[in-house]
Structures are given as structure tokens and as C-alpha cells.
Write a protein that binds this ligand. Structure first.
Ligand SMILES: *Cc1c(COP(=O)(O)O)cnc(C)c1O
Length: 403
């Protein structure tokens, strides 16, 4: 198919839920993508922090194709070797007790919400069903996770929303202390608010929340759907903060592009779920679990978590240099290879100007660009991406905003 036909059919036959950029890809390798017309791009989106090993990583391709050739799906009526292995790998890296597999970040958060409510019914009483969440958060697009999301833009038009979420300002410990009480079962936070513009939690805030949860006997739940699995330069972002959550949700980078979500929980919390309480037809099937094992084992074997930390430092360093000489850059924030650049022009124009110059980035907010390359990105690719971004900013700044 040619680009014109893809765009035409997309426009005519798909529900209009996305504002897509006018490009379609034929193939990828590492941090590079080629569109249908053969143009090459540096991929600093990584499918929204998903393709952690880059495109077509040989070890991942081998693991997935070998699994596909054996079998893909048998359901959770049976034991699945790769799922058991993926769970063991996650438990060993997280300090948590057990895993549940599903298919997306929203589903992982749904499962965590159900788990917290079920756990609290037994340990805190029937009134304890509230979950304290933050303004400017993002937890997914299902009804419950959209209700937990601290941004009205995702909620409007879908009311009535499920009850039981109490909002507090992010990074305000006193507000959280006021919100947690006998009605609370859990606090649910992102260690770095990803969709909210890559806003890291203050270390004291996260530690304070952990202490508050322990003191009040409520669950400390971290949404690491975007930050988990090496993205921030540690296996999990909470490891930067020296906290240990009771429950963690994962998805984006976990399967390297195959849809996988997971909830990890401390043994005693995990066992609030009894057989029949929760489930998923597809969750943790052999294909998804083989992809997950390949991601976790390859990150380990190739030292990619540490590599991500180093590349993140290099990227943020270059971007700060760019900021110091470019008046359109207002701020650079981030953790590892999850980085945001605030710009004083429309972020969408910068995204377009980057793409026209062979760099893919995306706008998470009207004035914020997110850079989240695959963890295999090379130093040369990091340097090149910042060069292109600089040129794109020059071009956008040269033409006034009128559009
Ligand atoms: C992307 C994201 C989700 C939702 O994940 P889906 O796979 O799109 O359902 C939830 N939480 C966070 C922090 C995310 O970044």
C-alpha cells in the first residue's frame, strides 16, 4: 500500500479517535524507522515508550517467532511455561511477591483497583474503598481508570463515572495526609507523571506517601506503566526513590511491542485475589509472555538498564545545552530515557518540523515535547536527535505562530 491509500482508508474506515501524523511505516531496526516511501527516521517516540528493545531486536524476534511456531494461545485454564517464567523474572527484579498478567496499562490499573478494594474489604472493612489519586495523572481509558485520571479532558462525555476516587494535588504531601482516612484503601500515583508532561515526583513526596500508607494501613500503589522496565535507568522508577510499593502496575515497555500488562503485588496483598476473582482470556498468553521474557532477559544480558541511564544523562545534558542557547526552550525535565522539553511555541509545530527533518517525537501537552527513544539508542543517535530538534526549533522560531 502507498502512503496516500493508507491515509485515505484510515480516514474513511477507522473511528476518528486519534489525531494521527501523516506518515505510515514499512519497517524498523533499533531506533530507526523507514516510511512507505523509504524515508528514514530516528524514532524518539518508541511507540509511546513501548518498543524498549527497539524495532526488530534479533533476540526478541527469535524468542517471539519460535513461540509463534510452537503455539500462541491456550488460555489460563492451563499452566503456561512462559507466563510462569515471566512472573519469576518480574518478582526477582521488583522485590514483590506475585504477578498477574493482562493486556494493557489500563487493564493493569483496573486489576490493581479491584485488588486494592478486595484486600481492603478483608483488612480494613467494607467502608474502605476510596483510592487517593493525583491531579494531572493518567491511568488509562477504561471507565474506572478514566475516573482515576486527574484530567477532565479524558472524562467529559462519559459520565456517570465509577465512584471511589479522591483527588489531591501532585507533590503535596499535606493534601495527601488530609485525604487518607478510614474510607481509603489505597494511594495510587505515577512516580513520574508521563502523559501529564513528564513531571517527576519529589523524592520526599514519594517517601512521605510510603510512610503515610504504612502508618494508615493502606496500600501504596505505583503506576509504572510508562516508567517501568528500565525506562528511567532503573528496573522500576521507584528504585530511584528508595521506596517499596505494595502494588506496581506495568505495561508499555514490558512486551517490547506485543501488548502485555502486569500487576505485581506483595505476597499478602496478591493473595486477596482468590481463584475466580479476576481474569483475562488473553492475559499472559504464550506469545505475550515469551515477548516479556525476551525483553527482561535481553535488558539484563545487554546491560540496557544502565545504558538507558547513561543515554538519558547524555540526552538531558545536550537538551540543557540547547535550552541555554535557544530562547524557545523553557525547561528540560526527565528521568533516564523519559524526557520532556517545554517550548515557548506550539509543541505540535515542533513535532512536525522534527518529523520533516527525520526525527519522531510527540507532544504530550500543548507546549511540551516528550522524547522516549528505545533503550538501545546509541550515543550517536542521541546526538543526532538533539541536532535535529535544534534545527526544528530554529525553523519554527523563524516563522511566527500564525497558523
Ligand atoms: C499509557 C499509560 C496508561 C494506559 O496504558 P494503556 O496500555 O494505553 O491502557 C496507564 N498509566 C500510565 C502511567 C500510562 O502512561
Amino acid at each position: 500500500m502507498d502512503t496516500y491509500t493508507v491515509l485515505e482508508w484510515s480516514d474513511r474506515y477507522l473511528m476518528p479517535t486519534y489525531r494521527r501524523q501523516p506518515v505510515a511505516f514499512a519497517r524498523g531496526r533499533g531506533a530507526r524507522l523507514w516510511d512507505l516511501d523509504g524515508r528514514e527516521y530516528l524514532d524518539f517516540v518508541a511507540g509511546i515508550a513501548v518498543t524498549s528493545l527497539g524495532h526488530a531486536h534479533p533476540a526478541w524476534v527469535r524468542a517471539v517467532t519460535e513461540q509463534v511456531a510452537r503455539y500462541v494461545h491456550v488460555s489460563n485454564l492451563y499452566h503456561i511455561p512462559e507466563q510462569a517464567r515471566a512472573a519469576k523474572l518480574l518478582v526477582e527484579r521488583s522485590g514483590l511477591g506475585r504477578a498477574f498478567f493482562c493486556n494493557s496499562g489500563a487493564e493493569a490499573n483496573e486489576a490493581a483497583i479491584k485488588l486494592a478494594r478486595k484486600w481492603a474489604k478483608r483488612h480494613r472493612g467494607p467502608q474502605a474503598y476510596e483510592i487517593v489519586v493525583a491531579h494531572n495523572s493518567f491511568h488509562g481509558r477504561t471507565l474506572a481508570t478514566v475516573a482515576a485520571t486527574g484530567n477532565p479532558r479524558y472524562q467529559q462525555g462519559f459520565e456517570p463515572l465509577p465512584q471511589g476516587f479522591r483527588f489531591v494535588p501532585f507533590n503535596d504531601l499535606e493534601a495527601a495526609e488530609r485525604a487518607v482516612g478510614p474510607a481509603t484503601c489505597a494511594v495510587l500515583m505515577e512516580p513520574v507523571q508521563g502523559e501529564g508532561g513528564v513531571v517527576p515526583a519529589d523524592p520526599d513526596y514519594l517517601r512521605g506517601l510510603e510512610r503515610l500508607c504504612r502508618a494508615q494501613g493502606v496500600l501504596f500503589v505505583l503506576d509504572e506503566v510508562q516508567t517501568g522496565v528500565g525506562r528511567t535507568g532503573r528496573w522500576f522508577a521507584y528504585q530511584h526513590f528508595g521506596v517499596q510499593p505494595d502494588v506496581v502496575t506495568l505495561a508499555k515497555g514490558l512486551g517490547g511491542g506485543v501488548p502485555v500488562g502486569a500487576v505485581l503485588a506483595r505476597e499478602e496483598v496478591a493473595c486477596a485475589f482468590e481463584p475466580g476473582d479476576h481474569g483475562s482470556t488473553f492475559g499472559g498468553n504464550a506469545l505475550a509472555a515469551a515477548a516479556t521474557c525476551a525483553v527482561l532477559e535481553t535488558l539484563e544480558a545487554e546491560g540496557l538498564v544502565e545504558h538507558a541511564r547513561q543515554m538519558g544523562e547524555r540526552l538531558a545534558g545536550h537538551l540543557r545545552q540547547l535550552a541555554s542557547r535557544h530562547p524557545t526552550v523553557a525547561e528540560v525535565r526527565g528521568m533516564g530515557l523519559l524526557v520532556a522539553v517545554d517550548v515557548r511555541v506550539e509543541a505540535a509545530r515542533v513535532v512536525d518540523a522534527c518529523r520533516e527533518r527525520g526525527l519522531l517525537v510527540n507532544a504530550v501537552r500543548p507546549h511540551t515535547i516528550r522524547l522516549a527513544p528505545p533503550l538501545v539508542v546509541s550515543p550517536e543517535e542521541v546526538d543526532r536527535a538533539v541536532e535535529i530538534l535544534g534545527a526544528a526549533l530554529d525553523a519554527v522560531a523563524a516563522v511566527p505562530e500564525a497558523r
